[in-house]
Design a protein around this ligand. Structure first.
Ligand code: ZN
Length: 312
């Protein structure tokens, strides 16, 4: 293959293959893909200790690469908190976490043996990028993707890049105004009644003993929607995204996304008027189009962007 390729898209062939990892709290998705995103091999493993997971990673990518060809870059979309600053010596390292054994684990420790670039971002940023490219965020200049599940997190993608400061955003820990009817103390070990402490899956279980889906109670769903809507309003005021995507296990509860639209519109208080903000917010606040595939799609996209810059 010549170093300079003239055919449009030929860089895809020249670029080599992509190793992609979506690391979640309960499972990892591993994929080997072509540079155009076509998945050649994929597997899922349970999240255990890093020693166990990293052994599975090495085995999968060794075998997949032997079958399909050499890997040119890795894209990793991982649970955090994680160092996502490429200039940092700890790039790719899991920071303070309650997950046993994971604090200090670094993806480079297992993937470094392949001797290729490793692009790391948070799992939420990865999912946001996946939805922006191939899902509910297609056509948006700016998209905010939020997951409400075991935790709460948001990724904001603008012009194909996830926004960040010195680290990835931590929208789950914003302060929320307590509903007057709610006496729950909050479930966050750091802040008590922050958003995650009031509205994430574990907080709902701690408050009522059941998940929101099991409860299936419009009043309780409305209460949780009120907390999540405070984040939605803040995302709008801070980023003015073209669309908000809300995914994650809690968001699958019946009636929650509808209640979230109502609460968000009410809390905006008529302050903003824009064509993006349709009456009722049915087009503005939507579920993920890629479902559970958003994360691995985003992990592939992280490496694609790297290879495109290098070869495109
Ligand atoms: Zn918190």
């Amino acid at each position: 293959m010549p170093a300079r390729v003239r055919d449009k898209g030929a860089w895809l062939v020249a670029a080599g293959l992509i190793g992609a990892i979506e690391a979640g709290g309960t499972k990892f998705v591993l994929a080997l893909a072509r540079a155009d995103g076509t998945v050649l091999a994929e597997t899922r493993i349970a999240t255990r200790t890093p020693v166990e997971c990293f052994a599975d990673l090495a085995e999968f990518f060794d075998q997949a690469s032997a079958a399909h060809g050499p890997i040119a870059a890795f894209g990793v979309a991982s649970f955090g908190p994680i160092d996502i600053n490429p200039a940092s010596p700890a790039y790719g390292t899991i920071l303070a976490t309650s997950k046993p054994g994971w604090q200090g684990a670094r993806y480079h420790d297992v993937l470094g043996r392949f001797g290729v670039p490793i692009v790391v971002d948070s799992d939420v940023n990865g999912a946001a990028l996946g939805e922006w490219r191939h899902g509910a965020g297609q056509g948006c200049a700016t998209l905010a993707y939020t997951t409400v599940g075991t935790g709460v997190g948001s990724g904001v993608v603008s012009q194909g890049r996830s926004l960040r400061g010195f680290s990835h955003y931590e929208s789950g820990h914003i302060a929320v105004v307590r509903d007057p009817s709610d006496s729950f103390a909050g479930h966050c070990p750091f802040h008590g009644a922050c958003l995650e402490g009031m509205a994430a899956g574990p907080a709902i279980k701690a408050r009522w003993g059941q998940s929101l889906s099991e409860l299936d109670d419009p009043a309780k769903t409305g209460l949780i929607a009120g907390y999540i809507a405070q984040l939605a309003v803040n995302l709008i005021l801070l980023h003015m995204p073209d669309r908000l995507v809300f995914g994650g296990g809690v968001m699958k509860s019946r009636g929650l996304i509808e209640a979230l639209r109502r609460e968000t519109e009410r809390r905006l208080g008529g302050y903003l008027s824009a064509p993006e903000l349709d009456p009722g917010l049915e087009s503005y606040i939507v579920a993920p189009a890629l479902g559970d595939a958003a994360g691995i799609t985003g992990a592939i996209a992280l490496a694609q962007d790297f290879l495109e810059q290098k070869h495109g």
